[in-house]
Structure formats: C-alpha cells, structure tokens
Design a protein around this ligand. Structure first.
Ligand code: ADP
Length: 273
C-alpha cells in the first residue's frame, strides 16, 4: 500500500443535461442503444475528427448516463484507469480512477485511442468485457461487479496502426464494433453549418473541397482533412477571416509539414475559391 505519485490520467467526467448535437450517419444510435441495453461493450473505429467523441457524448446524454472520457496516451497504465493510493494531508487514501468510478457509480466509460495505452490496460478490460463484467482492484482487494448501467466504449484509428500498436484479436473480439468515416456531403454540410454558424450554401463549397483534399490521402498525406478541421475553417470564415487565410491555417498547415504537399493542398484550395 505504498503511496504513489499523482495520477497522469486526464479524464473528463460529464453529466450533461443538454443533448450535444450529433447528426446520425447510419444506424450508430440504434446500435449504441442496443449494446447499452444488452450490456455489451462497443468499439468505434475511424479516423480522427470524424465525430466519434461527439457521438458518445450525445448517446450518454440521451441515455441520461454519466460519461467518463479518457484520452489514452502511451504512458497511460491500468492504475490510471482503476485508481491509486495518494498521499493527502499526511494520510494515504485510495482514489478511484475514471473506469472504477464508472463501474461503481454506473455510467459510460469512453477510452479514446485505446491502442496508445500500455499493455496492462487490456488485462483490466478483459474481465469487464465478457459476461462476468468484473473489475478486480488488486490494490484494495475489491472485486467490483459492473451494474447494468455500466458500459465500456473504446475507440481507435485503424489508419495509424502499426504492428506494435494494434488491438489484439483476443481484445477486439470482445466488442460489438462500428466503423465511422467522414459523414456523407449532405450530413457534413449540415454539421459544419450548425457548428460554425456559416451559411449552409457557403459550407457546401468547403465540403466539396474536403472531398478533393481527402482524395489526396495516401499519396503524401497520412490522413484526410477531418470534419473537425472543416468546422474550424468555417468558424474562422464566419468570424470574418478571408477564405484563403482560413483555409491555409486549418486545411493546409495542420495536415502536413512538407512544403510540396502543402503547395498541392493550396493549389486545390485556390482552384475552389
Ligand atoms: P473524433 O472523436 O472522431 O476524433 P470528434 O467527435 O471530436 O472526433 O468530432 C470533431 C468535431 O466534428 C466535433 O466537435 C463536431 O463539431 C464535428 N462532428 C463530426 N461529425 C459530426 C456529426 N455526425 N454530428 C455532429 N458533429 C459532428
């Protein structure tokens, strides 16, 4: 029971009354609800910035459940999720991590980019993701049984995977899974307009441009431009920034450091506006 340092986990606990805006693309809302009611864990796959996190916040609010979100990184350990003893005012006290809180209190625990986390995380997830739904806390000697309203959701981006960082079949086959992509143009236009306040007609041009820029993925670009970046671009334009400057700052610079690639992106943008 030795005291440990402060937790390195950054988690967000949300208890939203208002429903965050989410425009469905396919059957993902129904799938989420079924998985939740049947007490099944859910895996979301897809590129960054395509709406996975927003979707989970929307569903948590819709179901009236607390949401514990953890952005996983390569130093994140099982103890960051389960909890640890901390020295507080001269005493050591056990402090639950976000996963333990979701299991104890009921709620949805969302582990974003889970493949980034240390390998010991999967050891904790396995007993929680089969029909036992158990969370053993070795340090406190507790064995917590997840209540009916606990749900585990994880996400990862298959585009970034390399051999050392992918989900093992023994882990992924414990989840109901859904692939997310960038929304189709009509949906993306509505999302960008609603999030940025830019008129929908003006958002159409941005969405068409995004399709062209996404076609350049693979040649020199690791990832296509995300819906998030389109929202940023539209937000800057709505605030009065000249279109080309806004596009340079949101659709060129964040995508690549390579000058030739940047030039190619800029040409495609200039051809549109
Ligand atoms: P991810 O978790 O996939 O990296 P996010 O959920 O953070 O991406 O999405 C980034 C942004 O894109 C959101 O903040 C939101 O503005 C927008 N977005 C993308 N898809 C949708 C959608 N279907 N409905 C509403 N907003 C969306």
């Amino acid at each position: 029971m030795s005291p440990t340092g402060a937790s390195s986990v950054e988690s967000i606990a949300e208890n939203q009354r208002e429903l965050p805006f989410y425009q469905p693309v396919d059957n993902e809302c129904e799938l989420f609800e079924h998985a939740y009611r049947q007490r099944l864990p859910l895996l979301l796959k897809g590129p960054t910035g395509c709406g996975k996190t927003r979707f989970v916040s929307h569903m948590a609010a819709k179901l009236g459940k607390s949401l514990f979100t953890v952005s996983c990184h390569d130093d994140l350990t099982a103890a960051d999720l389960t909890g640890r003893y901390l020295l507080q005012g001269g005493e050591t006290r056990w402090v639950d991590g976000p996963l333990t809180r979701a299991v104890r209190e009921g709620g949805i625990c969302y582990l974003d980019e889970v493949v980034e986390a240390r390998k010991d995380v999967t050891v904790v997830l396995h007993p929680l993701t089969d029909d036992r739904r158990l969370l053993p806390l070795e340090r406190t000697g507790e064995l917590l049984e997840a209540p009916d309203d606990f749900m585990l959701v994880i996400s990862y981006n298959p585009g970034y995977q390399h051999i050392l960082k992918s989900l093992k079949p023994s882990t992924r086959q414990r989840f109901v899974a859904k692939t997310f992509g960038f929304p189709p143009p009509t949906v993306e236009r509505e999302v960008v307009a609603r999030e940025s306040g830019l008129a929908p007609e003006r958002c159409s041009a941005l969405v068409n441009l995004a399709a062209r820029l996404r076609d350049m993925k693979g040649q020199d670009l690791e990832e296509g431009v995300s819906t998030r970046l389109l929202v940023y671009c539209a937000t800057l334009i709505a605030a009065g920034m000249p279109i080309l400057q806004a596009a340079q700052a949101t659709l060129v610079e964040p995508l690549s450091d390579d000058e030739d690639v940047q030039e190619g992106l800029l040409e495609a943008i200039k051809a549109t506006f």
